[in-house]
Ligand binder design. Structure first.
Ligand SMILES: NC(=O)c1ccc[n+]([C@@H]2O[C@H](COP(=O)([O-])OP(=O)(O)OC[C@H]3O[C@@H](n4cnc5c(N)ncnc54)[C@H](O)[C@@H]3O)[C@@H](O)[C@H]2O)c1
Length: 700
């Protein structure tokens, strides 16, 4: 059992001991129940203290039990809390470090709470599309007031114990300990003082009212609806807290339970729980164990101070790591440094950064025109022009100057990392680090594992990704890696839709209604339509069988590259980013359609969305089968963090599972029958067909 009992004089100390954060898994709950029985049976014991070993009081539910019968097995958390409330000796929670979710609900079931300073307190269930289901919505408002509790429950945000202790009239913490070190002794002394006090106080007996009652809740409801559309949980949190002010405690508990169970079954909660697990799983690589030794990375070099080189450098400067940038010309270095400085200055203006931190970060940045100056760097990231001969020259020079064991990374988005590695005599040290633009903002980092990349290099880069706060996902080597390989199919479908009768605005609107941050044409205008143009030109030589709509080329021939040229699929007022539908483009599209002789048809939103999203899914199934991605959830993380896929749908693979793989495959067969589309592409990928036949899913 992962909770221990120890008698200390007349005080029983129950210690949760389930690393890393004392999650309230079955064995911990059993441990608490057994210890409570022992304490109550022992005549010498007068009071009980519950605390947590190590780094937390308790982080709440044990995520390893998510979805397993163990999570609900008796004694469940509600039963454990009941044991605390019914104890015939007072129970004191000694709260420190982390007290979240079920951990806080457990503490609220105790008669008293003593807290260490700086303890992180939260009810974060809403972030998983749920609400606190073990009395949190009924008890927290009783001890810190309705408004403060509602804010915490609806946002899921963490608040420090010191801030909570400062709320006038609060009864969450009966005492603040001087320090985490003295917490246990102070809690035991407090328990000794309270040993004979009767009746023993219970949070459930406290009053729960808001002076403005319904008016306040109506105001709060409007706020929640405005900010949480597509997410049902926040409003249900509000319903539960409102119930705490209106119903008897036990009725409120039953109401909370019903809401919790209903939320558990929503697609949104399933998606958010999937994302929570997917995020953790992304750093786990099947054949690279967590204890793989890592190389020490203290100093970074970046080659190329352009759009990506500058953004990439900022990530490391932000993490306090020195960066040296190399360019071919001083002007390019000056421009790169000026852009970085401008970026930081705008953060200072917005109050997001202090001048002092700006100075520190800029102080970590140096520049050079000479490869010799890179010899102390532990890792170099190349972000020069996307041309193989330029990459070749750079990697040959890096091979000559970098110290043994240094990691050589390329930010290439389309070139073969294995070929780049072969330019060096140390292919085991070469890896792809595919940042997304703007590199200092976007969360996603595709870590491209070459066929020779050493395991410790991969482990080191994944750990570095965490250090610079990226979501790192491993991809094998292929054209476009995970994200761009999939988006190519999506863009092809977007083009075909124009040829068949849609306008760019119609496609974008349908996709944005589905929940994407931006439709494909607005995205093209933002990223630059010339990028796809260059890729298609290359494809015409490399892979002439791939068909595309010609409209995107016609657009580029007009010089309409997007926002950077003031016009793309849309018109833009000077200096503005608002996309205005363009009659010129719409005429261009319909003239092209007439030239093709394609009958124009009215295409509904459902077809638009499914052709685009299912094209992602089918390509993803190929990617999985080829082992380019090691798990479906990695693909979801790529799309959620790099491509604006709606979070509440959990990513394309999760969405496919939710829609039903059988239904997805059937729809693909219908698309294959469309003579204007690419029948070969729409044959369900073998993996998809197999999962359908076996009645299985991508994400399990
Ligand atoms: N822009 C994006 O959205 C994006 C996204 C992901 C990856 N990438 C990749 O990142 C790389 C850089 O792209 P970018 O958009 O920053 O290009 P960019 O044109 O803005 O910058 C490239 C920089 O490299 C410098 N350079 C060229 N040859 C050099 C050499 N031999 N030695 C040193 N410096 C040299 C140039 O002077 C220029 O400043 C490319 O491989 C690109 O495919 C770009």
């Amino acid at each position: 059992m992962t909770a221990h009992y120890q008698a200390s004089g007349n005080i029983a100390v129950i210690t949760l001991d389930n690393p890393p954060v004392n999650g309230l898994g079955l064995s911990t709950r059993q441990g608490i129940a057994a210890a409570m029985e022992q304490a109550n049976a022992d005549k010498a014991i007068t009071a009980i203290v519950i605390t947590g070993a190590g780094k937390a009081f308790s982080g709440g539910a044990d995520i390893r039990e998510f979805g397993s019968p163990k999570a609900m097995a008796e004694p469940n958390l509600l039963s454990v809390i009941k044991l605390l409330e019914q104890s015939n000796k007072p129970v004191v929670a000694a709260v420190h470090s982390v007290c979240m979710g079920g951990g806080l609900e457990l503490a609220l079931g105790c008669h008293y709470r003593v807290a260490a300073p700086n303890c992180k307190v939260a009810l974060p269930e809403v972030k998983l599309g749920l609400l606190p289901g073990a009395g949190g919505t009924q008890r927290l408002p009783r001890v810190i007031g309705v408004e403060a509790a509602l804010n915490m429950i609806v946002s899921g945000d963490t608040v420090s114990s010191d801030m909570l202790a400062a709320i006038p009239g609060q009864q969450l913490f009966n005492k603040m300990a001087a320090s985490a070190d003295s917490l246990l002794e102070e809690a035991k002394a407090f328990a000794t003082d309270m040993a004979d006090v009767r009746p023993m106080p219970l949070v459930r007996d406290l009053k729960c009212k808001h002076p403005d009652g319904d008016a306040y809740f109506q105001f709060a409801r409007n706020m929640v609806r405005g900010t949480a559309k597509n997410f049902p949980a926040p409003e249900k949190c509000l319903d539960a807290v409102q119930a705490a002010t209106k119903r008897k405690f036990e009725d409120g508990m039953a109401f909370e339970r019903d809401l919790f169970i209903n939320l558990m079954w929503t697609a949104e909660s399933r998606a958010l729980r999937h994302v929570f697990m997917a995020d953790r799983a992304a750093s786990k690589i099947p054949d690279v164990p967590a204890d793989t030794p890592k190389r020490e990375i203290k100093q970074i070099a970046v080659i190329g101070a352009g759009t990506m080189g500058g953004g990439i450098s900022m990530n490391f400067l932000n993490a306090g790591m020195p960066v040296v940038m190399l360019e071919t010309k001083q002007e390019a270095l000056d421009r790169g440094v000026a852009t970085i400085l401008k970026n930081y200055e705008s953060q200072v203006k917005k109050g997001k950064l202090s001048q002092e931190v700006l100075d520190q970060r800029m102080g970590l940045l140096s520049t050079t025109l000479t490869y010799d100056d890179l010899k102390d760097a532990d890792m170099v990231i190349e972000a020069v022009f996307e041309e193989m001969n330029v990459k070749e020259a750079v990697f040959k020079q890096l091979d000559a100057v970098m110290k043994p064991g240094a990691i050589l990374a390329s930010n290439t988005s389309t070139l073969d990392v294995d070929q780049i590695a072969a330019f060096t005599k140390r292919p085991q040290d070469v890896i792809g680090t595919h940042f997304f633009s703007p590199a200092n903002v976007m969360k996603l980092l595709e870590v491209v594992r070459g066929k020779a990349t050493a395991k410790d290099v991969l482990a080191t880069v994944m750990a570095l990704g965490k250090r610079i706060k990226k979501t790192s996902v491993v991809s094998g080597v292929c054209d476009g890696f995970i994200g761009n390989r999939m988006i190519e199919q999506y863009s092809r479908q977007a083009g075909f839709l124009l040829d068949e009768g849609c306008t760019p605005a119609q496609v974008d609107k349908a996709v944005e209604k589905f929940g994407f941050a931006m439709g494909p044409f607005r995205m093209g205008d933002l990223a630059g339509n010339d990028i796809g143009w260059a890729i298609r030109k290359r494809r015409a030589i490399d892979k002439p069988d791939i068909t595309y709509s010609k409209t995107a080329d016609l657009l580029c021939e007009l010089g309409r590259y997007g926002q950077k040229t003031g016009a793309g699929w849309y018109d833009y007022a000077p200096g503005q980013r608002k996309a205005i539908p363009s009659t010129l483009v719409e005429d261009m599209v319909s003239e092209h359609r007439a030239k093709l002789g394609t009958p124009t048809r009215k295409i509904g939103d459902e077809e638009i969305v499914h052709r685009l999203v299912f094209s992602l899914i089918n390509e993803a199934a190929h990617i999985l089968e080829e082992g380019i991605a090691s798990k479906a959830s990695d693909i979801d993380m790529v799309y959620l963090t790099g491509y604006g896929f709606p979070l509440w749908r959990g990513g394309p693979m999760r969405y496919a599972d939710e829609y039903g793989l059988f239904n997805v495959a059937q729809r693909m067969q219908q698309f294959a029958a469309n003579p204007q589309d690419d029948a070969t592409f729409w044959q369900p990928a073998p993996l998809l067909a197999r999962l359908v036949a076996e009645g299985k899913t991508f994400t399990g």
